[in-house]
Design a protein around this ligand. Structure first.
Ligand code: NAD
Ligand code: GLY
Length: 389
């Protein structure tokens, strides 16, 4: 596994480090990576995936695992956010048990953020926690969800509100698999990258914007074998992972008391509106990343309306979000229902909603709704919804 880049993330909870390997073509070396991350102990592996992703990359992964002597079996979940549930997690646990996974064995999550969150959660609670490896196959999962150990499922209370912090033993990122990802999913991934750039700093946002000025979402397949493209996308993914790993290192469990500009909460920039949009549309209409795209713009507008952030930075965010392709229109979604959905996020934080705003690019600030009058949020939201209908 010497090609590409390896980043290391350290965790405080288990006092261990895990590696994040990023290299085009890495998927064929899954077993070597698994052996490296799991050392000698693991014999059995359950690969959690869905039929679409497994149809594309499952054979490569299973052959690699079998050649290295792992006893590997599969568990398939449904494809889509609506399958990220306790019920699916229960079926996964049943599959782990049928496969005879013991405490020294492992789970491999092969798929996007939905598969990764579900598989990680099931691994976190099976036998009170067994190892798992993330093999993210969407851009969003590569730059965000596979790193940092947040696992979980959706429930009637809201999105991701049932879960566990459970760090993977390793993350294997093969950017070549992005060539089969539909443009809409790439747009969703870039929206999360814009979010990370907005809170991470001008350099990260600029790198992302520069890449977007060279390549559009429908050109990924075409550039699959282009050396420069491969190196640029792998480098960009690595920059984002490095940024996220740095934040997680300092605040692994998103401590309630930490509210500074390097607290993990800043990664929730854009998520107040995003989670509400997903909830009111039953997790079916918008991709998570698309909802984050709108959420970033809303948070920027709120920041501007409070005179925290200047017009120039807000315009910059609009320009970058627009460059990733069209977001589905929000016609028919009302301010009232979104406000009701905000209250589900409130339950997380002692009855007050905490919103991440910007004092400028790379200068996040966490503001409680006690300092954000509802009529004010209401006005900004109504004006945004008119624009985005
Ligand atoms: P997803 O997992 O639903 O994947 C998107 C679609 O792409 C699916 O239909 C999937 O089957 C398909 N797909 C995956 N890889 C493919 C490939 N290489 N080629 C072709 N098709 C492919 O969506 P996502 O955007 O990856 O993840 C969203 C989820 O991630 C949400 O549930 C969100 O809450 C979660 N999330 C978690 C964290 C975290 O820190 N744990 C962070 C951000 C988002
Ligand atoms: N995606 C937000 C976090 O990992 O904290």
């Amino acid at each position: 596994m010497r090609r590409g880049q390896t980043l290391t993330i350290s965790t405080t909870s288990t006092a261990t480090n895990y590696g994040i390997q990023i290299s085009p073509g890495a998927l064929g070396l899954t077993a070597q990576w698994a052996r490296h991350c799991l050392r000698r102990r693991a014999k059995k592996i359950v690969v959690v995936s869905n039929r679409k992703v497994f149809g594309l990359y499952g054979a490569l992964v299973m052959n690699s695992l079998a050649e290295a002597g792992f006893d590997a079996t599969t568990f398939f979940m449904g494809d889509g956010e609506r399958y990220k549930t306790v019920r699916t997690a229960e079926s996964a646990l049943r599959a782990f048990s049928h496969a005879g996974l013991s405490r020294t064995d492992a789970v491999v999550a092969l798929g996007g953020g939905v598969v990764g969150d579900l598989a990680g959660f099931a691994a976190a609670i099976y036998l009170r926690g067994i190892s798992f490896l993330q093999v993210p196959t969407t851009l969003l999962a590569m730059v965000d969800s596979s790193v940092g150990g947040k696992t979980g499922v959706n429930s009637e209370f809201g999105k991701n509100l049932v879960g566990a912090f459970h760090q993977p033993s390793g993350v294997l990122i093969d950017p070549a698999v992005l060539s089969t990802l539909p443009p809409r999913e790439l747009t969703a991934g870039f929206c999360e990258m814009i979010k990370q750039g907005a809170v991470g700093g001008r350099a990260l946002l600029k790198k992302t914007a520069d890449f977007l000025s060279l390549y559009n979402m429908s050109s990924f397949r075409m550039h699959r074998d282009d050396k420069e493209f491969r190196s640029l996308i792998a480098g960009l993914i690595a920059e984002h992972v490095r940024f996220k790993a740095g934040i997680v290192r300092g605040d692994e469990r998103e401590s309630a008391g930490k509210t500074g500009p390097r607290s993990r909460k800043i990664l929730n920039f854009g998520h107040t509106l995003a989670h509400a949009l997903e909830k009111v549309t039953n997790y079916r209409y918008l991709r998570h990343g698309e909802a984050v795209g709108y959420g970033v713009l809303f948070a920027a507008e709120v920041s501007k309306s409070l005179a925290l952030c200047g017009e120039k930075d807000v315009k910059l965010l609009y320009d970058v979000v627009h460059s990733v392709g069209p977001l589905p229109p929000l016609a028919g979604i009302g301010v009232k229902e979104l406000f009701r959905a905000f209250s589900f996020d409130k339950k997380n934080i002692s009855g007050s909603l905490q919103m991440v705003l910007l004092r400028g690019i790379g200068r996040p600030v966490i503001v409680s709704d006690r300092d954000l009058p509802a009529y004010h949020l209401n006005k900004v939201l109504a004006s945004c919804l008119r624009k985005w209908a």
